[in-house]
Design a protein around this ligand. Structure first.
Ligand code: MBD
Ligand code: FE
Length: 309
């Protein structure tokens, strides 16, 4: 069929009626958004001459993605989660907010309610024989003042690239902790070096990426929410330097400011001091938070999370 079969104003009139714009009831914001998305979709169908087969294949794709709970994975995979970050960055810039540690995507694998402790924690349960990782740093105000009692909510994958809760082979809250900063605003934890995540083979997400000639891998990374009263919530990650996918993340989460140096400690005395018997890795990373300001775009995002069992 040829493209552009339908006049633009016919399409926009259909979208307006379908979105209930001629009705007094309903949610005005929802109607506005549905109207726009429907009009844009119909214009795309008409311009690209999307066939009925293509259209219904798309619907079947989304139906299956919903059944498999994959929207949280497709969204970062098609850059939309990173795009939302770019918008928030720019909105903050225009609001004149001081920039602390840069944000990056949350991803779909956070579980709330991880065990909380003061100053330090061990994240791994000792069952994964990965490289030992010590990570530590300070949470500070953008002015450099340490923030006492900030909460560093940290989560990461194991050496297989899998996350507890979503991976039935791991204990509840393995590699997930909340650490309250000590009287100097410091946090520290012992864990294992994560491996990068790969989209589940055969998943709807992987199928889409493959059909676009892309892969579904993320570089190894560690996620953080950093919060403190009167400060803006920080959602971020660090990436593990040297990873093959460091600058080729399917989820577009890597940012240059979030690649700390990984120190490899091989000195016997240092190894012994920490009660270890093999070399380990150390990462030093400080977080800087911006004060909350009335009227600034929110950094606390209402988002459905899987519940811990
Ligand atoms: C992850 O671990 C992740 O962080 C993102 C953004 C997407 C999929 C898996
Ligand atoms: Fe992740």
């Amino acid at each position: 069929m040829p493209a552009n079969l339908i006049k633009r104003d016919v399409i926009t009139a259909l979208a307006a009626r379908a979105a209930g714009l001629d009705q007094s009831g309903g949610d005005p914001r929802l109607k506005q958004v549905v109207n726009r998305l429907l009009a844009d979709l119909m214009l795309a169908i008409d311009e690209l001459d999307i066939s009925m087969d293509e259209f219904w294949r798309g619907i079947a794709y989304f139906t299956q993605a919903g059944k498999q709970n994959e929207f949280g994975l497709i969204v970062p995979g098609v850059v939309l989660e990173h795009f939302l970050d770019l918008r928030l960055d720019e909105a903050e810039r225009r609001a004149g907010l001081a920039t602390g540690t840069v944000r990056t995507i949350e991803g779909p694998l956070y579980i709330s309610g991880a065990p909380i402790s003061k100053g330090e924690a061990r994240l791994d349960d000792g069952t994964d024989d990965g490289e030992v990782l010590f990570m530590e740093g300070q949470v500070r105000d953008v002015s450099g003042e340490p923030i006492v009692g900030a909460v560093v909510d940290v989560w990461h994958a194991n050496t297989m690239g899998n996350y507890s809760h979503f991976d039935p082979a791991q204990a509840a809250f393995n590699l997930r902790r909340r650490i309250e900063t000590d009287k100097e605003g410091r946090y520290r934890f012992r864990s294992i070096m994560p491996s990068g995540y790969a989209c589940p083979p055969g998943s709807q997400t992987e199928k889409l990426l493959q059909a676009m000639g892309r892969h579904g891998n993320r570089p190894a990374h560690v996620h953080f929410f950093v919060t403190a009263p009167d400060y803006r919530k920080l959602t971020t990650q660090i990436n593990i330097d040297g990873d093959k996918y460091l600058h080729d993340d399917f989820a577009f989460g890597t940012r240059d400011e979030l690649i700390p140096r990984v120190e490899r400690i091989t000195e016997a005395a240092e190894i012994y001091k920490l009660g270890l018997n093999k070399p380990f890795a150390r990462i030093q990373f400080d977080f800087s938070l911006t004060k909350e300001v009335a009227g600034a775009p929110a950094t606390i995002v209402a988002r459905e999370h899987a519940e811990a069992a």
